[in-house]
Design a protein around this ligand. Structure first.
Ligand code: BES
Ligand code: MN
Ligand code: ZN
Length: 513
């Protein structure tokens, strides 16, 4: 259990709350200590030294390795070199390259940290020590954050469903670095923890991560901090609020739907109120417009937007930004039985708009519609951002490395693109134009939930549909269908798994408010 982590070497600053509840511990099993690099290196199983290309690696005093280990090491990005025969307090030394260039690339540090943690596990190390002796300049905090994130994200593993999980060897990580770097690393531990939580929810099979489990996870997060509160509106409550669109999707499922509403209030009075909305479809079979069976299992990831919102809240209390944050997660299951919504059915959203459900597989927009309209009506935020695994079309357009962004406010879109660059969670703008909006007008009802045949631009028409539910509020929609899972290998994430995309992005955006 990580509680009241002591940070030696620098005084506590109120900007970073250093107390942390229990649940982070569940997301990654390592305990991180922060030290300034003065005096002697304490005993450690693995000493990790990061070194730029073309520079001689600098080892702590009292540690020496065979000269060949250093000579054969060039310092290229992601290059690694083990030295076993070591004199001094370290049992082993691992050199990791950071590449060349005037500035050090944060994503290279993030990857180096993840590589280090994985190598530590492979060599059964129980303790590992990062020795950061680099010319950091103004990059210290940024690179520290990247290192903290890389450690936590690199250590993430889902073993909940193995009958005999391999026990992880690595228990303790120490970081020896200057104060600014350590402060950044502490933040990185928090943001990485939110990412890991999000990935656990994503990777958990749909029979173990049902709408009611999403609610339970939200309640656990609220218990971490007195500044976070939560309520879950059940189907009765939704009916009272006339959320006919949200309710229609779970009609064919035995699992009841919920609308989770989390609120984070900062210690100081906030200048801005931001609302995050995440699609929390715990399984998407397509409904009566059923999906093909090949790879249907991947639709357990259809709650990734909701997972991103919960992961963000997990980190919020610890980071304590001066902004009020609301998190809405409509969560339900899109299945089919005799009561399921049918193609052609008309449903009514809580803002009064009627929708022809021409395809029951375009269900994400149906649950977001009521959540967005509810936010607009009752929360009245200064800005609202939704995240959703909304369209297969965005995977065709942008693949698994870029999130599509669209909306009604250029400044908000620009801010998200900037946060995407900052965090290596890249975000790319897509259009919503009047043509897309017109195409979503209904024949029988006000709107239709899919565009007319042959229109194409499936991500834009989906965004155009959503634009009917946000009123005048500055709004951005992030289509994470590609980036939420199955991304390319980056050492700290990648492969046929969830990425936790959105958590680090949103935290960066929120911390700049
Ligand atoms: N959850 C899917 C989108 C999706 C597809 C996510 C692939 C991840 C990977 C969404 O509910 C959906 O089924 N969208 C349809 C919309 C169509 C019926 C207009 C799609 O993209 O095919
Ligand atoms: Mn669908
Ligand atoms: Zn879906």
């Amino acid at each position: 259990m990580i509680k009241n982590i002591r940070v030696s070497g620098f005084s506590r600053r109120p900007a970073i709350a250093l107390e942390l509840g229990d649940s982070n511990d569940h997301e990654y099993g390592v305990k991180i200590a922060f030290k300034t690099p003065s005096g002697q290196l304490p005993k450690t199983d693995l000493l990790i030294v990061l070194s730029a290309e073309g520079k001689k690696p600098k080892l702590p005093s009292g540690v020496s390795v065979p000269p060949n280990a250093l000579k054969s090491f060039g310092g290229e990005s992601r290059e690694t070199r083990f030295a076993d025969a070591v004199e001094g307090p370290a049992a082993r030394v691992l050199l990791i390259g950071l590449g060349k260039g005037k500035k050090i690339d944060p994503d290279t540090v993030r990857r180096a940290a993840a590589i280090a943690v994985q190598k530590a596990e492979k060599t059964d190390a129980a303790s590992a020590t990062f020795w950061i002796d680099l010319a950091l300049g103004k990059q210290a905090a940024e690179l520290g954050q990247a290192l903290g994130e890389g450690i936590v994200m690199g250590a993430y593993r889902l073993t909940d469903f193995k009958s005999d999980p391999k026990t992880e060897s690595l228990k303790k990580v120490s970081i020896h670095a200057v104060t600014d770097f350590n402060r950044g690393a502490k933040i990185g531990e928090m943001t990485g923890g939110g990412n890991a939580l999000s990935r656990r929810l994503q990777d958990t099979p749909a029979n173990k991560m049902r709408p009611k489990d999403m609610v339970a996870e939200a309640r656990k997060i609220a218990r971490l901090s007195p500044r976070i509160s939560v309520k879950a509106i059940d189907e009765k409550g939704m009916a009272k609020l006339k959320m006919g669109s949200l309710l229609s999707v779970s009609q064919g499922s035995a699992e009841p739907a919920y609308l989770i509403h989390l609120v984070y209030k900062p210690a100081k009075k906030a200048k801005r109120r931001i609302c995050l909305v995440g699609k929390g479809l715990t399984f998407d079979s397509g409904g009566i417009s059923i999906k093909p069976s090949a790879r249907m299992d991947e639709m357990k990831y259809d709650m990734s937007g909701g997972a991103a919102v919960l992961g963000t809240f997990h980190s919020l209390a610890a980071l304590n930004p001066d902004v009020e944050v609301h998190g809405l997660v409509p969560t339900s299951e899109n299945l089919l039985n005799g009561e399921a919504v049918k193609p052609g059915d008309v449903v009514t959203a809580c803002n009064g708009l009627t929708i022809e459900v021409l395809n029951t597989d375009a269900e994400g927009r149906l649950i977001l519609a009521d959540a967005l309209a509810y936010a607009e009506e009752t929360i009245k935020p200064d800005a609202m951002i939704d995240l959703a695994t909304l369209t297969g079309a965005v995977v065709v357009a942008l693949g698994h490395e870029l999130t599509g962004v669209m909306g009604n406010d250029q400044a908000l879109i620009d801010a998200l693109v900037a946060s995407g660059e900052e965090t290596s969670e890249a975000v790319w703008p897509l259009p919503i134009v009047d043509f897309h909006k017109k195409d979503m007008k209904g024949e029988v009802g006000d709107l239709r939930n899919i565009s007319s045949p042959g229109t194409g631009a499936g991500s834009s028409t989906a965004g155009a549909f959503l634009s009917n539910f946000v009123g005048e509020i500055p709004w951005a929609h992030l289509d994470i269908a590609g980036t939420a899972w199955g991304a390319s290998d980056r050492d700290y994430q990648g492969g046929p798994k969830g990425t936790g995309v959105g958590v680090r992005l949103l935290l960066d955006y929120l911390r700049k408010q």
